[in-house]
Design a protein around this ligand. Sequence first.
Ligand code: F6P
Length: 473
Amino acid sequence: MNTTSPVQCKAWGQLAVHAESWRSVHLRELFANDVARSIQLVAEAPGLRYDYSRQRLGAITLHLLSRLAEERGLAEWREALLQGREVNHTEKRAAWHTALRSPDASAEVRATLGRMKSLASRLRTQKTFKRVVNLGTGGSDLGPRLVADALGDGQLDVRFAANVDPRDLERALEGAEPASTLFIVASKTFTTQETMANAEAAKRWLGQRDTRPHFVAVTANTALAKSFGADEILPMWDWVGGRFSVWSAVGFAAMCAIGPEAFQDLLDGARDIDEHFAQAPLDKNVPALMALIGVWNTNFLGAATHAVLPYSNALRLLPAYLQQLEMESNGKRVDREDRTVDYATAPVLWGAEGTVSQHSFHQLLHQGTQTVPCDFIDVSSNEVLSANARAQADALAFGTQAPGLPAYRQYPGNRPSSVLFFDDLTPRNLGRLIALYEHKVFTQGVVWNINSFDQWGVELGKELAKKILKGDR
Ligand code: F6P
């Protein structure tokens, strides 16, 4: 498989030259000169439409980006990912999250999903536990938290505590009674400082009673979970990365919040996108297009950040979720051959829910000195939100030409964005949305020749904190 530097690819050099011709082109002209642009630069995947007509690119750009993906060996890498081969070479393991939502899932995956479903059904109907608190951090928190916040039906009161700051757990336990509280200790390693501290604090809070029935553990480290003491241990596996693990037993808190059927729909939605990613040709492949357009903006047009703006209160936690997914995956400076790269990798991802964000940082998006490519997520079931998302995308793209107005009243425009349209925020559509970004991240990792599945960069800080606590520093 191709592990050369992308800079050596013919298409990379051609894109660099081609980018020069875009410096003076305005999106206003592009739309004025090509009425079909808003129809042609749209791709579809099950349940969604991706409109990238407001990106600063044209047919030649798209052709060269496809060539780049081909030269990088995207098809081979994709096959390796989907077949569960060892794509994470520094940790010598697969990154097989797609196997968790596959119709051909293995017996152990199906058995675990079955256990999760019966346990969640019992919890939701019997009401022995009135409060469920997920103790986990990073990938063992952000995914289930996003899904529960977006789609929770209120049948069970599910809360989350992620921070080692005791205030986080205190808040999650406000109004709860020890006798009717269940903790889910979600940690792949079962060694993460924050989660273990919160699990021990939860034990103390439960008091003198037998605490085992109050704990469900979700982990790949069954031995440590057993010695901690939990009546139920739901397994996950080393071939599931933390930030790709919401589909595994790590999603158990989400399943408690939304119900087993909705959780199955979430899995089915992700599978729709797996099939689309595997089969759609590059020019119609939504996650691949999202990735390649991101590469174009980052490496050829010089964008340093990327904003995600869901026009949906239910998706308010999506930017936080995507920050881990994108920046922990592709925030890398060394390639697959252990060479320091001389090109940009992941941009800083940030964002917030619209319309709230409009009254906060959109000033910078419209009139600041940096160009920030944006993804608008338009869940079209609400026309006011939809109208605002569309208005923002148009204002960024076209700006104003109002002679006579002072410069501070002018909007330069030519600021790129894409819009992802969904009819509604169903569990299936949320599964599709998350899986889109997963495959986008993977595709960019292939282009940049980096391992998207390790996270060695987080270790030094953990070690130093331990030393400082021990008084060794
Ligand atoms: O420190 C980063 C990290 O390892 C993430 O990659 C992971 O999602 C998180 O910590 C939690 O890890 P665990 O599930 O092992 O507690």
